[in-house]
Every structure is written in structure tokens, then in C-alpha cells.
Design a protein around this ligand. Structure first.
Ligand SMILES: [Zn+2]
Length: 399
């Protein structure tokens, strides 16, 4: 099937090949300390629509290159006690704590690893707040790739240990994620290693879109509406509301991309309303949605380490999608995040890390705006075992 990269800003097209990351023209317009410009999107060529429609989840790398590790197809389940607690009888959680490395990031790592295998690339490098690093290390181990990661020193211990257990090269950076990001780009430029930096590599967004396909397919099954139309899959069912934890803006970009693809394929008939849930100590995208654009970076400070960024790399792209589809932002405090973490664990039996709990905290805060009969999905992106330190605070235990 034929695919290409397209720049949503200027419409330029590029081949999907090693060494291509951003749109040349638009990337050069980026101002210092602002989100990336010229982030590219994957598209199938017009003539390939029938082929795309025949695939359950059309992706720009052929199935034979994906590593032998079971990424995706995580459960969409109905937490009945949480439904009662929130008065939302059609609430679902999409549980990506069940991914092989315990994080949603496996969806991106899986596609990037497949791309590396297809092009016989041996090494992948990335910067991360923790989850992308442990994810790429695990998926890379299954694929037999060398993985090099740049991680802030203050990343939770579990994530650093995961990286080392999977056999990756770990460079600890004295500074924030933003410093690690720049160092990883310099390493990639020097060595030619494939960069899996989130948003910078467009495949990270494309890999994450798979979650929307699974949600729409499983919701249709839950409604008993799944059927195979002649020559294509569907119809499937879009939820009414989706709550997504947001830091860099790549997960929400992937979620949007998935639902947009489903619209293009005619499998769903309308877009869901998507809520960008941010921590009050790292809320650049929410602020930009309110004010219309990105201002000077503010130093991030939140216990939700996975969504703690000064400059949201994919902020410009995520903001454009939120505006285009009338998405909303909701900002929650660390206390609200820890409270949501306890609610999720004690009412659903699902132990999520603080960043994922921010999505539920967002729902709790926006509850009054959600119709009672709405089909609501909360995206739970990472296991609580990844950051015991923060979880301990939530139950009054000092470690
Ligand atoms: Zn462009």
C-alpha cells in the first residue's frame, strides 16, 4: 500500500524514508523554546483507499516487519462501581496498563521498531520523561535493535530500571526532559541513529492512532453493532467524549489522527469530543487553547512526570486539532490527580500512574458538562507500579 508524509501546515508531501522527520519549510519557522513546527502526518495515497479500507488498522509499515511482542488490543472495559460513583452508566476505561511494558507508548515504539526493521536500521535513539524510554527499550529488545535513551536524572526509578533490564544504553541527563531532547537530537545527527523523539518522528503519532481504531471497534461490539459490510470493515462506533492525559501533545494527536482516519474510511460518522487533561504545573496546551497561541515556556512542576514538559513538542499540532474539532482542555491540580488515582484504584481495581490519573481527574472536574447518557472513554496510559513514590504520597506513606 502506498503512503506518504504530508505537512498539515503547507501541504508539502514527502516520502516516508529514513532521515525524514519534519517539513523543511515549516520547521525553519520555529521560534526558540516553542513547540515544533512542520510536524508531518502519514497519509495513504488516493488510489490506495480500497486497500486501506480492507485493513483493520491501516499503517505505513507492512505487518511482516513488526517485532514479536503483543502490542495493542488492550481491553476497553466497563468499571461498574466507578460508573455508579460518577453517575455515568456508559463510562469505559481503555486500559493501556496492559501493554507489554506497562505503557501506552508501546504503540509508537512498535511502529518505529517495524520501520527500523524494514529499512535495516540497527539503532534507535530517543529522549523521554521515562515511559517512552522504557517502552522503546522493551519493544526494541524484542526486535533485536540497539536502543539509546536520554533520560532526566529525576525520572522515576522504575522507568530507569526497566530501561536497563531491557538492555538499552542509558544516558542520564542533568536537567529536564527538554535538555534530554536536545542531547538526543545531537546524538542522532552525529551517529545517524533513527530518532524516536515524540512528534519529531511522525510515526510516533501514527502508531498511537491505533487506540482510536480499537475503541471504535470495541464500542460497536459492546453495542452489538459490529458487522462486516461488503468489502470493508465497520460500521464502528465513536464515543461521545474521550479524556486523554496531555503533556507533549502526541497522545492526543494520535487519538485525533485515529478518529480522523476512521471518518475518512467511513467507519464512524462523527468525531468524539476530546478533552485534553493537563496538570496545573504543566499546562501549556490548555493555556494556548484559551489564549490562542503559545507564549514563553513556564517551568513545569507536577507529580505527573509523564506529562511534565516545559515546551510541548507537539503543541502546535495538538492545538490545531483541538481547535479544528472543538476539543476542550481541563486543568487539574496534583491533589486532584492523587485523589483520582485512589478513586480509580479503589473503585475500579485499576492502579494507574499519576499522568493517567490526570485523565480521570479531568473527567471528575468536567463531570457537570457531560450528559448522563454519553459514551465516555477515559484513556489510562500507564501502570501505577511505574511511579511508586507519587502513589505513596496519595496514601500517606513515606518511602
Ligand atoms: Zn510544511
Amino acid at each position: 500500500m502506498r503512503w506518504f508524509y504530508r505537512c498539515p501546515g503547507c501541504g508539502a508531501k514527502y516520502a516516508i524514508e529514513p532521515g525524514r522527520y519534519l517539513c523543511d519549510e515549516c520547521a525553519s519557522k520555529r521560534e526558540p523554546d516553542r513547540p515544533l513546527e512542520g510536524v508531518l502526518e502519514c497519509e495513504w495515497e488516493a488510489g490506495a483507499k480500497a486497500e486501506a479500507a480492507a485493513e483493520r488498522i491501516p499503517l505505513p509499515v507492512e505487518a511482516e516487519y513488526f517485532p514479536p511482542i503483543p502490542v495493542g488490543d488492550t481491553p476497553l472495559w466497563a468499571p461498574s462501581r466507578l460508573r455508579e460513583e460518577l453517575g455515568l452508566p456508559f463510562l469505559f476505561v481503555k486500559d493501556d496498563t496492559c501493554e507489554p511494558t506497562g505503557s501506552f507508548k508501546d504503540r509508537a515504539s512498535y511502529l518505529v521498531a517495524a520501520f527500523a526493521k524494514k529499512h535495516a536500521l540497527r539503532e534507535i535513539v530517543l529522549a523521554s520523561t521515562g515511559n517512552a524510554a522504557s517502552s522503546m527499550s522493551g519493544v526494541g529488545a524484542a526486535a533485536g535493535l540497539k536502543i539509546t535513551v536520554f533520560l532526566p536524572e529525576k525520572a522515576p526509578a522504575a522507568k530507569r530500571i526497566q530501561v536497563l533490564q531491557y538492555g538499552a544504553d542509558l544516558h542520564q541527563v542533568a536537567g529536564t526532559y527538554d535538555v534530554a531532547y536536545e542531547e538526543s537530537l545531537a546524538y542522532s545527527a552525529k551517529t545517524g541513529a533513527l530518532s524516536r523523539n515524540t512528534a519529531y518522528n511522525p510515526l510516533t503519532i501514527e502508531g498511537k492512532k491505533t487506540v482510536s481504531f480499537e475503541i471504535a471497534e470495541d464500542l460497536a461490539k459492546a453495542q452489538g453493532a459490529a458487522r462486516k459490510a461488503e468489502g470493508s470493515l465497520g460500521p464502528w462506533l465513536a464515543p461521545d467524549e474521550v479524556f486523554v492525559p496531555v503533556g507533549d501533545g502526541v497522545i492526543i494527536a494520535g487519538v485525533y489522527k485515529g478518529f480522523e482516519d476512521l471518518m475518512k474510511l467511513g467507519r464512524i460518522t462523527r468525531m468524539p469530543r476530546i478533552w485534553a487533561c493537563q496538570a496545573s504545573g504543566s499546562s501549556a496546551i490548555a493555556r494556548a487553547l484559551e489564549s490562542g497561541g503559545f507564549g514563553k515556556p513556564v517551568e513545569s512542576d507536577t507529580i505527573a512526570d509523564s506529562i511534565s514538559v516545559d515546551v510541548p513538542r507537539n503543541g502546535a499540532y495538538a492545538l490545531a486539532k483541538l481547535k479544528k474539532h472543538s476539543g476542550r482542555a481541563v486543568v487539574v491540580s496534583d491533589e486532584e490527580i492523587l485523589a483520582a488515582q485512589r478513586i480509580l484504584a479503589s473503585k475500579a481495581g485499576l492502579f494507574a500512574e499519576p499522568s493517567s490519573s490526570a485523565a480521570l481527574a479531568g473527567l471528575v472536574k468536567a463531570r457537570k458538562e457531560i450528559p448522563k447518557d454519553a459514551k465516555v472513554v477515559v484513556l489510562i496510559t500507564g501502570s501505577g507500579l511505574k511511579d511508586i513514590q507519587s502513589a505513596a504520597k496519595g496514601v500517606g506513606v513515606s518511602l
